[in-house]
Design a protein around this ligand. Sequence first.
Ligand code: KPL
Length: 311
Amino acid sequence: MGCVKIGVVGAGAMGCLFGGWLARAGLEVILLDVWSEHVRILNEKGLELQEGDELLNIPVRATEAPEELGDCGLVLVFVKSYYTREAVEPVAANLRSDAVFLTLQNGMGNAEEIQRLWREDGVLVGTTAHGSTLLGPGRVRHAGRGETLLGPWARTRLETAYWAGDILARGGFSVRVRDDILGVLWEKLLVNVGINALTALTGMRNGQILEDPDAEALLEEAVLEARSVAEALGISLREDILAHVKGVAKRTAQNRSSMLQDLMRGRRTEIDVINGVVVREGRRLGISTPVNATLSRLVHIVQTLQSLPPN
Ligand code: KPL
């Protein structure tokens, strides 16, 4: 496909990190978001990206118009999972027919949603262990590094995944292509199951979970319930899944999880496509998941309280 233009749907913390690194490497990138002030600042002042002690300013192009992504060859999807359809539909309607979508969103069901709107051989799915925080319009802090894993969905070819992986690698990302992507998605789900609701409810940063025996015990219980569900579904997970989840919490110690960031901004969370998936699948399979059910309920309660008008 030669020199490909990259679209990023959803310029939140992760969208800006990916778009920013790719733009910094000299690739042509356009970020799509519905937040006007953020889009304006990105265009006028560039992306302010805090990388450790370093503050980078990366010139980027941003837009609120999906049709401006029409000539992109690769489209990265980073919107919250409950906006996937709404965000991808107008992009897909205007996109060159040979383009490929890559979802690196949290939670389950995103690739299926995109697949309903696009060619069966044009969808890639993956996970990333990077942590990132949106500090305000045009401003993001990179809060933890990790690998990005991706692979083909439905009838998409493995070579397409290698092609997209090379593009991300040019942006500086450490990428691995996998042909067993369902297992990868479940492993990431278990990371989010262990970290996100717990940090959202307590206000802890990811690393603080490991400093508190009660929080660490809850992480373990939530992850082990999810592992039982995955096993019953025939999904093969790495042996050391618990150590893996804790390793991600350690590597992203300073990060506020995406669910904590959502609650802090009074936004709906992705609880239903994270812990909620474990509860629903567990119920279907006759596996008890009390910790995930409780975490889900508590997050729902906080969301409901936040949507009440102030006293
Ligand atoms: O995916 C994440 C999230 O916050 O949603 C982790 C990896 C837990 C980083 O914070």
